[in-house]
Ligand binder design. Sequence first.
Ligand code: ZN
Length: 140
Amino acid sequence: MKQYKYELMKGSRRYICPKCHKKEFKVYVKTGTNIVVDETKYGRCNRQNSCGYFRYPDTNEDWTPPQFVYTPPKPLDYVSKDVVEATFNQYKSNVFFMYLVKLFGIEKAYQLQEAYNIGTAKGGGTIFWQQDREQNIRTA
Ligand SMILES: [Zn+2]
């Protein structure tokens, strides 16, 4: 016969039931002792029909720490270099770039283009690529 680690306390002693709060709670003790496991949790309420509280200690006693599954941080989405470089063209149709050329001259305009990753969007719009410290393009 299986030897249980815990048994209901022998005798007529009753504790306060954690559920119905009536003094009808028989608690679990360590088998062969009078050591109460936890009178606020583990035991059986005598009011089986109206309360029904019943909890065996083992459910929590053999507690094992939760397993933390390591999930590597999601890599940042970088815009591929090809996509970025594909926009570094058609500057003649880029209104903003032509504006820079007008202001600073073609050479300076290209320097600014390089410094600020200015690209040309379809239809002559301007793209400002956001570059991080590792020179990766994050977004525009
Ligand atoms: Zn109860």
